[in-house]
Design a binder for this molecule. Structure first.
Ligand SMILES: Cc1cc2nc3c(=O)[nH]c(=O)nc-3n(C[C@H](O)[C@H](O)[C@H](O)COP(=O)(O)OP(=O)(O)OC[C@H]3O[C@@H](n4cnc5c(N)ncnc54)[C@H](O)[C@@H]3O)c2cc1C
Length: 384
């Protein structure tokens, strides 16, 4: 800290990092600096990948937004790769510099561990990545008959509803094109049901799949992917087009730091987002937050944002010698797309004891519109 003025460094300009940086800038007097670092200079929103895949968005105009836009909000943006984090001394080493800020917010999300499943990189389209979703769009455009498989390689993965939404959107897309009776759709997951942390709502999702003729295969742990063949622990399945969710892990500089615990993610105080290191906070997908029922908080943008606001408000209060009162409460919502221009709304309190309390509002065009608005509001608050 210089003359009572502080430097806050936010690592990662994704969903959580942008929300934290913009909120910090809004709350802190101008003399304090707020900087965000990311190796990417373009931001994209995960759920737009789904619309891109079925041709409802165009690339790059409707999917990629310059991170530099955050400078209009008074946040400094540094486009560098983070290579090392020493949380004890708050030293952050990047491809170009060494920083020692007063406060660090780690918002580096999750990276994909392709090599954990031999053949994934060669044979699956990773629609969790924007370019993978774009490649899938081109494959689906020319797909007139055959077998589409959607594969979840291994939990935890971000946005647990997304693979099921992908299946339902592809079903809808093929119906629109009059091809549904020529296309088979199968979803494979190691989990016992869709979205296990969501309990009965996951069962409702399974019903949506079966009502639309999408086959659901729980407890299928993939071992290897070969040309047009999925190899599971106990059997095999064939496909013509494979859309895959790769295994996730914390990004390398996080994995190699003392921030992580045995889960491989960063444990935080579930209400304040503090790590065990002084003035180092972590938010979003890179964290692990254990729930009262022993499961973990799902990785989702809506939680990354909520954690970001809590961390930002607590940091701003502390730096101004005010009481830090804001607490994260585990409440969030998301819009679950079922195709035909409709979405349901899931509202959850994951901190409810003994088990999360979750409500599902049935699909309607209104919730689909609210999902579009959800994205537009964030883009306009952070970047546009
Ligand atoms: C298909 C799909 C659909 C989704 N739908 C929804 C939805 O409907 N609702 C919802 O709430 N969530 C949804 N999500 C999940 C949501 O996108 C993530 O949970 C959210 O982005 C997490 O925010 P984050 O800030 O933790 O990480 P991210 O947004 O992933 O940001 C991490 C940032 O860190 C940067 N970074 C990583 N490593 C380094 C490094 N070494 N150096 C520099 N920079 C680095 C990355 O470039 C990235 O910009 C969806 C995700 C996908 C893939």
């Amino acid at each position: 800290m210089l003359n009572g003025l502080s430097e806050v460094l936010v690592l990662g300009a994704g969903f959580g990092g942008l929300a934290a940086a913009v909120e910090l800038r809004r709350l802190l007097p101008q003399e304090h600096s707020v900087t965000v670092v990311d190796r990417r200079d373009m931001f994209s929103m995960g759920f737009m990948n789904l619309w891109l895949m079925v041709g409802e968005k165009s690339m790059p105009r409707e999917c990629l937004f310059p991170v530099k836009g955050v400078e209009k909000r008074g946040v400094r943006f540094i486009n560098e790769e983070i290579v090392e984090i020493d949380p004890a001394s708050r030293k952050v080493v990047t491809s170009g510099n060494v920083y020692t800020p007063d406060v660090v917010v780690v918002a580096l999300g999750a990276e994909y561990a392709f090599d954990a499943v031999p053949g994934f990189r060669e044979h699956a389209h990773n629609f969790y990545d924007l370019m993978g979703a774009y490649a899938a769009q081109n494959m689906l455009k020319d797909f007139t008959h055959g077998h589409i498989a959607i594969l979840i390689a291994k939990p935890p993965y971000k946005c647990p509803p997304a693979p099921y939404e992908a299946a339902l959107l592809i079903d809808s897309y093929m119906r629109r094109r009059g091809l549904r009776d020529k296309v088979e759709i199968d979803v494979y997951t190691p989990e016992p049901q869709p979205m296990p942390a969501a309990g009965p709502v996951g069962k409702r999702v399974e019903q949506f799949l079966t009502e639309r003729g999408i086959r659901f295969h729980p407890r299928k742990q993939v071992k290897q992917i070969m040309d047009r063949r999925l190899v599971f622990e106990d059997d095999e399945a064939e496909f013509d087009l494979l859309l895959g969710v790769p295994p996730h892990r914390a990004p390398k500089p996080v994995r190699e730091s003392p921030l992580v615990d045995e889960t491989g993610w960063i444990p935080v105080n579930p209400q304040t987002m503090e790590t065990r290191f002084r003035n180092v906070y972590a938010i979003g997908d890179v964290t692990s937050v254990k729930l009262p029922n022993g499961m973990f908080l799902p990785k989702a943008g809506v939680f990354a944002e909520a954690m970001a606001l809590v961390a930002a408000r607590r940091i701003a209060a502390t730096l101004q010698n005010k009481p830090a009162e804001e607490l994260f409460n585990g409440v969030g919502y998301c819009f679950f797309e079922v195709g035909e221009g409709q979405a349901g709304k899931i509202v959850a309190n994951f901190f409810a004891d003994p088990a999360p309390s979750i409500m599902f509002e049935p699909p309607s065009p209104r919730y689909r519109d609210e999902k579009v608005e959800f994205g537009n509001v964030r883009l306009s608050n952070w970047l546009l």
